[in-house]
Design a protein around this ligand. Sequence first.
Ligand code: SDX
Length: 434
Amino acid sequence: MTENTPKKSVTIGGPGSNAAFPVLSGTVGPDVIDIRKLYGETGLFTYDPGFTSTAACRSKITYIDGDEGILLHRGYRIEDLAEHSSFLETAYLILFGELPTADEYSNFMSGVTYHTMIHDQINYLYRGFRRDAHPMAVMVAVVGALSAFYHEDLDTNDPHHRLIASYRLVAKIPTIAAMAYKYSVGQPFMYPRNDLSYPENFLYMMFGVPCEPWQEKPTLSKALEKIFILHADHEQNASTSTVRLVGSTGASPYAAISAGIASLWGPAHGGANEAVVNMLGEIGSVERIPEFIARAKDKDDPFRLMGFGHRVYKNYDPRAGVLKSSADEVLEELGKGDNPKLAIARELERIALEDDYFRDRKLFPNVDFYSGIILEAMGIPTKMFTAIFALARTVGWMAQWNEMMEDPEQKIGRPRQLYTGAAQRPYVAIDKRR
Ligand code: SDX
């Protein structure tokens, strides 16, 4: 049985006629009804705002079982990768489909290491921003601008060109993100160092200064490595779907990733990690938690419990589980185990998970609930939290973009609609209008 051999069919009736549509099966997960011929054979569209029940593509990269709280990258559990792998090894797995041999890993690391610098002209792009510009706005602009630097010789239909673009973006995104931070604090940009690991190099570019030698920070780089791994890819989420849709027109991958960064920035998506820490600060004390729980349940109050709920997970987000346990470890190692925000987060989670409103709606902590607490304890400024999410997710976006470009079934993305506007009507001259 292959993924193309339908095992059964579903009959749908419409204005045209009844028609049978094949049901396709993947390796694991829900079967899908192949409705590509639905409109042609029945005159019907499907209606699925937010794509809650729609598979937009075939993919081999990431599998999520939302009910069981399972996340696999190319078949490997996220818990195992977070425990045993490095970010660049996980990046290789996500990009190429297999864990690398020692030689493959060494070649991949040097390929990334020797592409971390950016064209010196790009430094001038930062100068156009106010110093208080949000790093995500800066990253949208600078990554998008890479499409101007790598446009002429880029043929997105050439697999080798796509490979080069993948290396470039995975390699340069930490440099671009760190430069956004340095610019915001008025410090000189720190050029990447080829002798440091991927996470250590990012810390160096963020916190290093030209006037003194860098003291490596193993606790911080180990915690950051885990955070990068946990954010690397996540199936067809909003920002990944954005990258695929932009890429489906044949647009530059740099423009597509810039669009993905813009999509991730939203507080309902990757911007939630920043929103969680701001929310915990606003709650301020364990005693005020009930007030905010009530607000989260109040339909007339737009407030939502940031870091809770998920479109797919109707169980505990496995990434949140890893971060919850590493939060204790990292904060203790940093001497910040008594962080009041961690105490509020723990009590907030306990109360929410006992409350029927959250239990009935299967609202559990997601990846953003604990990540911000760890990043804040590491001294990362709140405004950089989503930039770090984007940094890590860039490899997932590139893998998904490559998969879309290689997919023989892929077409330009162009959804339809249910039109509820005015029926056709004649134009009325302005002096005849009431
Ligand atoms: C990420 O998709 C991905 O994979 C994303 C991500 C990734 O790695 O790429 O996992 C990263 O984006 C994680 C999510 C981060 N966002 C937040 O933490 C923001 C807070 N969460 C919500 O905004 C919300 O839960 C979403 C956006 C995450 C999911 O929203 P859905 O699936 O559209 O669910 P919904 O809005 O239809 O909510 C269902 C019900 C509603 O109540 P009823 O109308 O049924 O009475 O649950 C309620 C919602 O009001 N609800 C919440 C809530 N989330 C949903 N109520 C209070 N607080 C919340 N956080």
